[in-house]
Design a protein around this ligand. Structure first.
Ligand code: CDP
Length: 212
């Protein structure tokens, strides 16, 4: 195919979407967007004002007032930011407010985007869709390692409990729940390192988009 390929990567927390998406984007010469940052930044804005991330009015206002610089904040990770992101993300008006940004991002040059609803809602016509998973134990181990590397204190059992709850919330919500698109390539990275995951994913994506 020619033109502007859109590669959609969805899946639960810490499944390896970000690492994979960044590498696919570099390989294919496409822009990359981590859409989780939009929800994280909106949640942070609500916390900044002392508001409740589950309050639809406050959360929608935060999503509508986002600036590109919000995505570079250094306080978008960690348990508080995770929970705030998942709360604002379950509010339909927040998702609606962030939809245009995601579509505009990919409009001109195509893109690789990772999130929860890229292949199902944001770009249902994406040329290549991947659903990346891994066991809860392995995902919790990876996130725990990331947090420690970033200098944050964390108990692996707490990370696993928080992650299980956030995944359940993402999958159970009525607005754009986490689920694989019917035509998504499912990639379980539990027993794959980043290199093996990349090789499997790029073979699938190249098969879909052809030579570029
Ligand atoms: O890095 P991690 O996989 O833990 O999370 P993330 O991708 O940064 O997403 C944080 C939260 O934002 C998720 O738990 C979802 O509630 C929400 N999210 C969403 O609803 N839709 C997206 N496209 C991306 C994230």
């Amino acid at each position: 195919m020619t033109g502007k390929p859109i590669v959609a990567i969805d899946g639960p927390a810490a499944a390896g979407k970000g690492t994979l998406a960044r590498r696919l984007a570099a390989e294919l010469g496409l822009p990359y967007l981590d859409t989780g940052l939009l929800y994280r930044a909106a949640g942070r804005r609500v916390l900044d004002t002392g508001g409740d991330p589950a309050d639809p009015t406050v959360a929608e206002a935060a999503a509508r007032s986002l600036l590109p610089s919000d995505l570079n904040r250094n306080d978008l990770r960690g348990p508080l930011a995770d929970a705030a992101a998942a709360s604002v993300a379950s509010i339909p008006a927040v998702r609606a407010a962030l939809l245009a940004f995601q579509r505009d991002f990919a409009e001109r040059d195509g893109a690789v985007l990772d999130g929860r609803d890229i292949g199902t809602v944001i770009f249902p016509d994406a040329v290549a869709k991947l659903f990346v998973t891994a066991s809860l134990t392995e995902r919790a181990r990876r996130r725990w390692q990331e947090l420690r590397t970033a200098g944050m204190d964390a108990e692996i059992a707490t990370v696993e409990t928080d992650m299980r709850q956030r995944d359940a919330k993402d999958a159970a919500r009525t607005a754009a729940p986490l689920r694989p698109a019917a035509d998504a390539y499912r990639l379980d990275t539990s027993d794959l390192d980043a290199e093996a995951a990349f090789r499997s994913a790029i073979a699938f994506v190249r098969g879909r988009i052809g030579p570029r």
